[in-house]
Design a protein around this ligand. Structure first.
Ligand SMILES: NC(=O)c1ccc[n+]([C@@H]2O[C@H](COP(=O)([O-])OP(=O)(O)OC[C@H]3O[C@@H](n4cnc5c(N)ncnc54)[C@H](OP(=O)(O)O)[C@@H]3O)[C@@H](O)[C@H]2O)c1
Length: 314
C-alpha cells in the first residue's frame, strides 16, 4: 500500500473506522475515500457496485458493520445477521469485481467457541458451539472470513481477516443499553458521580477475566496487517493481557472519580469465566499494543466528557 493508494474506509464514522482514518492520515496516506450511510447504504448491492465503479479504490478497510452489546444482540438477532451479511457480501464482492488489490475484513473474537481453551488461538475457529447471546452476529462474521478465504482460493484475491478483542476508546458508543462493557460502566459511574449517588448496583460478581484493546492500537494493527500480512483465515488482534471485571470497574471508578460504593452481586449472571486472545501470530509479524489499560481509559473518559452526543448512538 503506497502513500498515494486509493483507500476506501467503510464505516469511517464508527469507533474503529474513524481510528483507521486517523492512523492513515498520521502515516501520510493522502487518498482516503469515505461515504456516510446517507451517501452510501452498504446493504444496497447496486449502490455499492456503483460506488466502487466510480471511486475505484485499490485498498479497502471493511470496518462497517451493525455492532452492539449483549442486550442489542439478544434483542435484534435478525438485524445483526442480515445487515452484516449484506454489508460484508456487498463490499467483498464489489472488491473482487473492481479488482481491489487488498481488503481487510474486521471480524470479532466472538467468532470463537464459547468454551474454547484460553488464550484463544486462531485454530480454535469452528471447534465448538458459539455464545448463544450473539451467535447470529458471530455467524455473519464467520461467513465473512470464509468468503475472504473462498475469494482468495477461487479468484486469487488478497483479502485478509482480522479478529480484534474487545475494543474501547475515543469515538465509542456510550448508549445506556446498546453499548459495550467499558462505555456502559463508564457512563454508569459518571452519572452516579454527577448524582452524588451513595452506591451503584447492577454489576455481577466481578470475577470474569476480560481483555481490552485501545482503538488506536487496533488501527495501527490494521495498517500493519495491510502492509505485512497476506494469509487466509483469521488473525487475532489484542493485548494478550486480561483483567478481572472487578479490577476494570474499580479502575474506571478511580478515573471517573466516583467515590461511592460499588456493589458486586453474585446473583447476576457472569458470562464466560475467561476470554483472552493468543496474540503470538501478530506479535511475530512485529506489531505489539502500546496503550496500557489505565491510560487508554483516561483518554476515553476525557473524550466522553468533551463530547456531548457520545451517548446518542443506538
Ligand atoms: N467495538 C468493538 O469492541 C469491536 C470488537 C471487535 C471487533 N469489532 C469490529 O470492528 C468493526 C467496526 O466496529 P465499531 O465498533 O467501529 O462499530 P461502530 O462504531 O458501530 O461503527 C460501525 C460503522 O458502520 C457503519 N454502518 C453500519 N451499517 C451501515 C450501512 N448499512 N451502510 C453504511 N454504513 C454502515 C456505521 O455508520 P453510522 O455511523 O451511520 O451508524 C458506523 O460508521 C466491526 O466489524 C466489528 O465487528 C469491534
Amino acid at each position: 500500500m503506497n502513500k498515494n493508494a486509493k483507500i476506501f474506509v467503510a464505516g469511517h464514522n464508527g469507533l474503529v473506522g474513524s481510528a483507521i482514518v486517523r492512523e492513515l492520515e498520521r502515516q501520510g496516506y493522502t487518498d482516503i475515500c469515505t461515504a456516510t450511510r446517507d451517501e452510501l447504504d452498504l446493504t444496497d448491492t447496486h449502490e455499492v457496485l456503483k460506488y466502487f465503479a466510480t471511486q475505484k479504490p485499490t485498498h479497502v478497510f471493511l470496518a462497517a458493520a451493525k455492532v452492539g452489546g449483549i442486550t442489542a444482540n439478544n434483542t435484534f438477532p435478525a438485524d445483526f445477521i442480515l445487515d452484516n451479511l449484506r454489508i460484508q457480501t456487498n463490499v467483498i464482492d464489489a472488491s473482487r469485481w473492481f479488482e481491489v488489490e487488498k481488503l481487510l475484513f474486521l471480524g470479532s473474537s466472538c467468532i470463537y467457541p464459547k468454551l474454547c481453551p484460553q488464550p484463544i488461538k486462531e485454530e480454535y475457529l469452528m471447534t465448538g458451539p458459539l455464545e448463544p447471546t450473539n451467535d447470529a452476529y458471530a455467524i455473519a462474521k464467520i461467513a465473512g472470513i470464509k468468503m475472504c478465504d473462498a475469494y482468495r482460493a477461487q479468484y486469487g484475491c488478497n483479502f485478509i481477516s482480522a479478529m480484534p478483542t474487545n475494543i474501547y476508546g475515543r469515538g465509542d458508543n456510550f448508549h445506556p443499553t446498546n453499548s459495550h462493557a467499558i462505555p456502559q460502566i463508564m457512563r454508569k459511574l459518571h452519572e452516579a458521580k454527577i448524582a452524588d449517588a451513595f452506591e451503584v448496583r447492577g454489576f455481577a460478581d466481578g470475577s470474569p477475566l476480560r481483555e481490552f484493546l485501545y482503538v488506536d492500537d487496533l488501527a495501527r494493527a490494521c495498517l500493519h496487517l495491510m502492509q505485512h500480512y497476506d494469509e487466509p483465515g483469521p488473525i487475532n488482534v489484542g493485548t494478550g493481557i486480561d483483567y478481572t471485571m472487578r479490577e476494570t470497574i474499580m479502575l474506571i471508578a478511580q478515573i471517573v472519580d466516583y467515590k461511592g460504593n460499588i456493589i458486586f452481586d453474585g446473583n447476576i449472571p457472569n458470562g464466560t469465566p475467561r476470554k483472552v486472545l493468543d496474540v503470538s501470530r501478530i506479535h511475530a509479524l512485529g506489531w505489539h499494543h502500546e496503550e496500557m489499560l489505565e491510560e487508554g481509559l483516561r483518554k476515553t473518559y476525557d473524550w466522553f466528557c468533551k463530547t456531548p452526543d457520545a451517548s446518542k448512538r443506538m
